[in-house]
Design a protein around this ligand. Structure first.
Ligand code: G
Ligand code: G
Ligand code: MN
Ligand code: NA
Length: 253
């Protein structure tokens, strides 16, 4: 079987599942959501990481069914947490091609309705490259998503081959600072300068600033002092299986 055929089967047979990485408010430490991260439980190869199969999906027209599958699974889990008394906003990574398909907002609307959740509990993380490659189409799709009431986040911010001018015309809610600037900001003056500049940029556009790749207390403290709103990374928690999330939340509460 080719990798593509296998991945198509994996989506159809439900071999993909999600881990969830917690995020916390930088100033109080209160948990404010989780990012869903796809994993593939391959029948013979075992656990396959997304770095391997997301590019295969992107290049072979499978990223839309995969993204729908992930949103569906994340919302089902979000609903289960909600029913158990935990309101846990979920973020999902959206493959670039989804922003070039005008049916995507309708698909997302159907999924939200099916799970009976408020749209504000879903954040969609998009990348700059998806916007830049076809800005007119992306703006239209993003407008449709905004009208649903879902939150929009720009992932890996600052790493793309991009122009920040689109921030003017696009109503996104969140900027995710790429971990390549964040992780070593306490020992690298250049990284620290970039993080401070990006937090200021987020502020000026009224966006929530989220730093990923926070691996120690000093970095968390520096981010809070810089005015960053939310932190995510191994220092708070690695990505967790769904069934461990409630216990983790309970331990912190
Ligand atoms: O979880 P991990 O650190 O291995 O993820 C590696 C990369 O795969 C990250 O860049 C992440 O954004 C991406 N990724 C993980 N899950 C998904 C998913 O469901 N959809 C898309 N498009 N990308 C994902
Ligand atoms: O590109 P995206 O932000 O979606 O990537 C998320 C990926 O980052 C996940 O695969 C996750 O495993 C990884 N990750 C999460 N926290 C940390 C961290 O603190 N350090 C590093 N190096 N990677 C992290
Ligand atoms: Mn992400
Ligand atoms: Na990222």
């Amino acid at each position: 079987l080719t990798a593509v055929t296998e991945l198509r089967h994996a989506i159809d047979r439900g071999e993909l599942f999600l881990h969830y990485q917690p995020k916390a408010l930088a100033d109080t430490g209160a948990v404010c959501g989780v990012e869903a991260l796809a994993r593939w439980n391959h029948p013979t190869r075992g656990l396959v990481r997304p770095d391997e199969f997301i590019p295969v999906a992107e290049e072979n027209g499978l990223i839309e069914p995969l993204t729908r599958y992930v949103i569906d699974a994340a919302l089902r889990q979000c609903r289960a947490w909600s029913d158990a008394g935990w309101e846990v906003p979920v973020s999902v990574n959206v493959g670039a091609a989804c922003l070039h398909h005008t049916e995507f907002p309708g698909d997302v609307a159907d999924l939200i309705k099916r799970h009976g959740l408020p749209a504000r509990l879903l954040t969609l993380e998009i990348t700059e490259s998806a916007i830049i490659s076809d800005p007119d189409r992306a703006v239209e799709v993003l407008r449709g998503l905004t009208e649903l009431g879902v939150r929009l986040s720009i992932d890996d911010f600052g790493t793309g081959y991009s122009s920040i001018s689109y921030l003017r015309s696009m109503r996104v809610h969140e900027m995710k600072l790429d971990r390549s600037f964040v992780t070593h900001m306490c020992t690298d003056a250049g990284d620290s300068a970039i993080v401070h500049a990006l937090v200021a940029l987020a502020r000026n556009f009224g966006l929530q600033a989220v730093a990923e790749g926070v691996e120690d207390q000093d970095t968390w403290t520096a981010l809070a002092e810089a005015g960053c709103d939310v932190v995510q990374g191994y220092f708070l928690s690695e990505p967790l299986p769904a069934e461990e999330v409630v216990a983790w939340l309970g331990d912190r509460a």
